[in-house]
Design a protein around this ligand. Structure first.
Ligand code: BDP
Length: 717
C-alpha cells in the first residue's frame, strides 16, 4: 500500500518537473536524447525495468554499459530515478555474456545462442526478464544500445526476441581532418580532434563521439585526412593518437591513420619511396612495429595514392598492388589492414575520368595481399548528387572491395540543405552488378556473400565537427545515423531508419514523425532535381563546389571543369559514354550495359550521364529534352518549398531551438534551389535557344549576374 503511494508520488513529481522544465535543445545529444517519457503509462511501464538492472561481469566495456543505463534513466525520468545496477542476476533487465547465463536459459535457447557471432547480440524476454546477451563485451554494448533504442522508440519489452549480427565486419568513419584542425569538405566547424591538448586531455566530446558510434555499431575510425600529413606517423603524434585509441577501446572502436606514401622520404630522408626498394620496405616494417607499440590494436592504414597530387607507386613506375602490398606486408604480423583507395586518376585527363579507376584496378584483381581491401567510392566520378554505381563493384571477385560513401555533403548543399543521404546510398546498395547473374547487388558484394571475401568493410566520410550539434544542419545527424545503420545491415529499410532517428532525436509524436519522415524520404530526389537533373554531373562552382557553376571551364585540367562533363552546345548536351563515345559503359556487365546503352530506354535519371541528346529530342515523358530539364529544375524548387511548408505545419511539436534552426536552413535551401534553377536554366538556354516552358518561373536575374556572383571564404577547402 505504502509503496504504491510512494510510486504514485514519484510519478506525480516527475510530471510536474516535466511540465515546468524548459525544453531548449541544442542537439548535442544526437539520437541519444533519452528524452523524458511523455505519458504516465509509458513512464510506469518502463520504470519497472529501468529501476532494476543486473549487469553480470566486469570489464571497461561493462563500466560503459553501466554509465549508459544511468544516463538513459536519468534522461527518461528527469533525474528522479537512479537505477539499481547490481550483479545479482535477479534484475528485470539482465545483461551478461553467454558464458554467464543461467543454465536453464542457455539450455532452452541453445540454437539461438549458437547463432550469435563475435559482434552480435541477442535481446530476449524470458520469464519476466529482459535478457541482453552476447559472446563478447562489445556485443553486450551493442545489445544495450539496442534495448535503449527499443525504449526510446517505445517498443514493448515483453515481446523482445531479436538476434542481430552485423553483416559487414568493419564499419568505419573516415575523417578528412587536418592536424591543424581544419576539415577538408567539413561544414560543421573545426576538427573535433584537438591534437594540441592531446595526449593528456581527453575531451568529453571524444567519449560522446564513441558512444554515438557504438550505438550504431560503428567499430573503426580513421581520424586524419586522406590528403595525408606524414607527421602523424611520428612519435609526437603517435602518442596523441594512442590516447584517443585508449579512450575508444571500451566502445569497441579501432583507430586507423592515413599513411602518406612518401613518408619514408619526408620523415627519415630516404632517397626514394619506391615500394620495391628494400630500404623502403624495411622502413615501413619498422614504422608498423613502432605504431603497434603505441596502439596494440591499431586498425591499419587508409591510403590515397596517385591521386590529386598525392604521391604513390606511379611515381616509381609501380602498380597500385605494389603500393598496397608494401604497407600490407608491414602490417601483416600485427593483424592490421590496408584500405587502399581506388580514387586514382591521372593528372593529364588521358581518357574519360570515370573510366580510369577500373582501367587501373581491374587488371590487378587477385594481386593484392590478403590484408588489403580496395576502397571504392559509390560512383565512378566523385560523390555527385546521383551517379550510376562504380563499375569496379561488378569486377573484382578476387579482391575484397569496400564502399566509401560521403556523409559530408560536399556536392549536396553542404551544411544548409536537408538531403537525406540514406536514399542515395540505398539506390547504390540495391543496384545490381550482375557479376554472378541477376541479384548480384552491391550489398551482397559488400557483405562478402557474393564472392566470399575474407574481409568486409564500409566507410563514410564523416560530417562531424565542433559545431555544438556536431553536424551543422540538425538533420545531417540523420546521415551519420543512417550510415551507421546501413553499415550494420545494408539491407535495412530506410523508412524504418528515418522513423527511428526521428523518434529518438525529437519526439514520438505520430504527426511529427510521419510528416518529417515524408520530407526525409523525398528530399534526395528533390535536391537532384534542382541541382543536377537527368544525369547531369559536376556542374558545381569551382573548387569549393558550393552553388551552381555550369559555366566553369578552362584552368589547369579539363576534368575539373563543368563544360568537360556536360558538353552543352547548340546540338545538344550530355557525355556520350556508349561505344560511340568514351565507352565507359563497357566496364559494366553486359546485362547492365543493356539498361543504359540505348538512349530510348535509358532511365531519365541517368540520361545525360551516358548519352548526348539533342535539345529537341522527345523523351519517354513526352517532353523534349529542354522542356524536361526546365520542368525538373522547377519541380525541384517546388519540392524545396513543399519541404518548407510541411516543416512549418509541425511547429510546436518539438523544441523551438531545433525547429527554428531547421526552419531557417529551409529558407536558405529554397532560395539556393531557386538560384540553382535560374543559373542553370539561363546558362543552358543559350544553347537550347528556346523559351522556358509554361509553369517554369522566370529567373530573377540575368546570366551575367549568376556567372559573376562572388563568394568569399566558403568553408571546407
Ligand atoms: C573530392 C574532394 C577532395 C578529396 C577527394 C578525395 O573534393 O577534397 O580530397 O575527393 O576523395 O571529392 O580524395
Amino acid at each position: 500500500m505504502f509503496t504504491r503511494f510512494l510510486k504514485s508520488l514519484f510519478f506525480a513529481c516527475f510530471f510536474v518537473l516535466l511540465v515546468f522544465t524548459a525544453t531548449a535543445n541544442d542537439g548535442y545529444k544526437l539520437w541519444l536524447q533519452y528524452a523524458p517519457f511523455e505519458t504516465h503509462t509509458e513512464a510506469h511501464y518502463y520504470h519497472e525495468y529501468l529501476s532494476d538492472i543486473s549487469l553480470v561481469g566486469q570489464s571497461p566495456t561493462h563500466e560503459v554499459i553501466s554509465k549508459e543505463f544511468q544516463l538513459a534513466t536519468e534522461g527518461f525520468f528527469k533525474g528522479s530515478l537512479t537505477p539499481r545496477i547490481d550483479s545479482s542476476g535477479n534484475g528485470k533487465i539482465w545483461v551478461g555474456k553467454i558464458s554467464d547465463l543461467p543454465v536453464k536459459i542457455s539450455r532452452s535457447f541453445k540454437d539461438q545462442l549458437e547463432k550469435i557471432g563475435d559482434q552480435g547480440y541477442l535481446l530476449l524476454y524470458v520469464s519476466g526478464q529482459v535478457i541482453v546477451t552476447a559472446k563478447k563485451d562489445v556485443g553486450l554494448l551493442y545489445g544495450t544500445f539496442a534495448l535503449l533504442k527499443a525504449i526510446q522508440t517505445r517498443e514493448r519489452l515483453d515481446e523482445l526476441d531479436r538476434l542481430e549480427n552485423p553483416k559487414i565486419q568493419t564499419r568505419m568513419l573516415n575523417h578528412w581532418d587536418n592536424l591543424n584542425r581544419t576539415v577538408e569538405r567539413g561544414y560543421a566547424g573545426f576538427s573535433i580532434w584537438n591534437w594540441h591538448r592531446l595526449p593528456n586531455h581527453i575531451d568529453k566530446q571524444y567519449i560522446d563521439y564513441a558512444r554515438a558510434n557504438a550505438s550504431l555499431g560503428i567499430n573503426a575510425t580513421s581520424i586524419t585526412n586522406v590528403n595525408a600529413n606524414a607527421l602523424v606517423l611520428t612519435p609526437i603524434y603517435l602518442e596523441k593518437a594512442a590516447a584517443i585509441a585508449d579512450a575508444f577501446r571500451p566502445y569497441g572502436i579501432k583507430l586507423y591513420l592515413t599513411a602518406r606514401f612518401s613518408a619514408p622520404m619526408e620523415l627519415d630522408k630516404l632517397p626514394t619511396a619506391d615500394p620495391l626498394d628494400p630500404a623502403v620496405q624495411a622502413w615501413w616494417k619498422d614504422k608498423a612495429k613502432e605504431i603497434y607499440e603505441y596502439i596494440p590494436d591499431f586498425g591499419g592504414f587508409v591510403v590515397k595514392a596517385d591521386s590529386e597530387g598525392q604521391p604513390g607507386p606511379h611515381n616509381y613506375g609501380r602498380t597500385q598492388a605494389d603500393g598496397a602490398n608494401l604497407l600490407a606486408e608491414a602490417l601483416q604480423p600485427f593483424g592490421g589492414l590496408v584500405m587502399w583507395r581506388a580514387f586514382v586518376y591521372s593528372e593529364n585527363t588521358p581518357t574519360d575520368r570515370t573510366k580510369q579507376a577500373y582501367d587501373e584496378f581491374k587488371p590487378l584483381d587477385g594481386k593484392f595481399l590478403d590484408n588489403v581491401i580496395v576502397q571504392v567510392k559509390n560512383g565512378p566520378l566523385d560523390f555527385q548528387p546521383r551517379e550510376p554505381f562504380h563499375p569496379l563493384f561488378g569486377a573484382m571477385p578476387e579482391t575484397p572491395l569496400m564502399m566509401e560513401f560521403q556523409i559530408t555533403k560536399e556536392y549536396l548543399g553542404q551544411d544548409t540543405h536537408w538531403v537525406n543521404l540514406a536514399s542515395l546510398w540505398k539506390e547504390v546498395l540495391q543496384a545490381d552488378t550482375y557479376a554472378k547473374g541477376q541479384g548480384s547487388t552491391i550489398s551482397k558484394v559488400l557483405d562478402g556473400s557474393l564472392h566470399g571475401y575474407k574481409h568486409t568493410a564500409i566507410t563514410g566520410v564523416a560530417n562531424i565537427g565542433t559545431d555544438r550539434n556536431w553536424t551543422g544542419h540538425p538533420t545531417a545527424q540523420a546521415d551519420w545515423y543512417s550510415y551507421g545503420r546501413l553499415a550494420w545491415d545494408p539491407h535495412t529499410d530506410i523508412g524504418q531508419i528515418a522513423e527511428d532517428w526521428l523518434k529518438m532525436t525529437f519526439t514520438t509524436d505520430a504527426t511529427f514523425v510521419s510528416t518529417a519522415k515524408n520530407i526525409m524520404l523525398k528530399s534526395h530526389s528533390i535536391a537532384v532535381d534542382y541541382m543536377t537533373p537527368l544525369g547531369l554531373h559536376h556542374i558545381m562552382a569551382r573548387s569549393h563546389h558550393w552553388g551552381p557553376g555550369p559555366w566553369v571551364t578552362g584552368g589547369r585540367r579539363d576534368d575539373w571543369t563543368a563544360t568537360y562533363y556536360h558538353r552543352a552546345s547548340e546540338d545538344g548536351i550530355g557525355f556520350d559514354r556508349t561505344s560511340a563515345g568514351s565507352n565507359a559503359l563497357e566496364q559494366y556487365n553486359p546485362a547492365v550495359q543493356k539498361q543504359w546503352q540505348d538512349l530510348e530506354s535509358t532511365s531519365l535519371d541517368y540520361l545525360l550521364w551516358f548519352h548526348r541528346v539533342p535539345w529537341d529530342k522527345e523523351l519517354s515523358s513526352g517532353n523534349t529534352l529542354w522542356m524536361e530539364m526546365a520542368l525538373r529544375y522547377q519541380r525541384g524548387v517546388e519540392g524545396a518549398r513543399w519541404m518548407q511548408a510541411e516543416w512549418d505545419s509541425i511547429e510546436g511539436k518539438i523544441d523551438e531551438e531545433r525547429f527554428g534552426h531547421i526552419r531557417s536552413f529551409l529558407k536558405i535551401q529554397v532560395s539556393e534551389a531557386e538560384w540553382w534553377r535560374d543559373a542553370c536554366l539561363l546558362y543552358f538556354q543559350q544553347f537550347a535557344q528556346q523559351p522556358l516552358p509554361e509553369g517554369v518561373e522566370a529567373p530573377e536575374k540575368d546570366l551575367e549576374y549568376y556567372m559573376g556572383f562572388r563568394r568569399f571564404f566558403v568553408p571546407g577547402i
